[in-house]
Design a protein around this ligand. Structure first.
Ligand SMILES: Nc1ncnc2c1ncn2[C@@H]1O[C@H](COP(=O)(O)OP(=O)(O)OP(=O)(O)O)[C@@H](O)[C@H]1O
Length: 295
């Protein structure tokens, strides 16, 4: 396996160690380890069926791994072993939020209401589990005002404020993707996991997504872990790329390193290792001297 040496001081927010996940006779993830640095955008890439979503499902508690350890270290220094937590505690206590490959939202609710639902836990607590809310207690009214402010902030950031009162289902596809990210941000995550956020987006929508993710990273310091097939997104915004093939890591480094790694080129083109040099030469001829998996 190719590994780039990263020289900066390490402060991983997420450590995945010796992760394995078996489904019956299929070893979907096999002894996979990687780290995501605090404040970085880390991309997990690989051909279809490589195991990327399975890794996400293990990190976010949807699957319990067959083996391995997943450690989330918050900015405060507090550590959580995610493989031992139920999924709702991973969001609530460990502060890991996620989006899904297929958009999941309340399409009949307005855009603003979708962001208020995301803050349900906080509001329920302030309402004393309904009764204080019904009685209109000041603490509940204050919490409601704050929830609306948080929602409005993320609608501004996602360029959706003009659509706040429209049903979420009426938004164009790219805007729905940004709404999902805004909704995840309303939970105040320290690690945001995005499963193929650019899937189905046109180039203009992909550009808007890149800008949103870079703004989130710059203005909140939230670490981002994303699965993505769109190389224009991966290569433009990632600090660090990890490549999976058949459930195992084949490369790990910065975007330039990974894009020129023969193992990665071979995996994406579906050729045997010994054919890689020949394929790279062909690519260089076609592209006038630049190898690599291009955006
Ligand atoms: N719940 C499950 N039960 C059985 N097999 C599963 C399950 N989830 C995933 N798999 C299998 O595990 C392997 C990895 O699937 P996974 O969805 O993680 O890949 P992926 O890299 O995310 O693929 P894609 O890029 O196509 O989304 C596949 O062979 C898949 O069929």
């Amino acid at each position: 396996m190719a590994l780039e040496t990263r020289t900066m001081t390490k402060d991983p927010i997420l450590k995945v160690e010796h992760l394995s996940m078996r489904f019956g006779g299929l070893m979907a993830i096999n002894d996979f380890s990687f780290e995501a640095e605090r404040g970085d955008i880390t991309a997990l890439i690989g051909p279809n069926g490589a195991g990327k979503t399975t890794v996400f499902n293990c990190i976010t508690g949807f699957y319990k791994p067959t083996m391995g350890m997943i450690t989330m270290k918050q900015n405060s220094g507090k550590e959580f072993l995610l493989e031992r937590l139920p999924d709702f505690e991973i969001t609530k206590h460990a502060k890991v939020a996620r989006t899904f490959q297929n958009i999941r939202m309340f399409s009949g609710l307005t855009v603003l209401e979708n962001l208020l639902v995301a803050q349900h836990n906080k509001l329920m607590l302030a309402s004393g589990y309904t009764i204080l809310g019904l009685l209109g207690f000041p603490a509940y009214r204050q919490a409601s005002r704050e929830a609306i402010e948080v929602a409005k902030h993320w609608l501004e950031m996602a360029s959706l404020i003009d659509r706040a009162d429209d049903p979420a289902g009426d938004l164009p596809y790219g805007a729905q993707r940004r709404l999902e990210i805004a909704r995840a941000m309303c939970t105040g995550p320290e690690l945001l996991c995005l499963d193929e956020p650019a899937a189905g987006l046109n180039p203009r929508e992909s550009h808007a997504l890149n800008e949103l993710l870079q703004t989130i990273r710059r203005e909140t310091g939230t670490s981002i872990l994303l699965i993505e097939h769109d190389m224009s997104v991966v290569m433009e915004i990632s600090d660090h790329v990890v490549v999976l093939e058949y459930g195992q890591k084949i490369s790990d480094g910065n975007p330039d390193f990974v894009k020129n790694d023969p193992k990665v080129i071979a995996a994406y083109l579906g050729v045997e290792d010994e054919e890689v040099e020949e394929v790279i030469e062909q690519i260089e001829v076609i592209e006038g001297g630049q190898g690599g998996i291009n955006p």
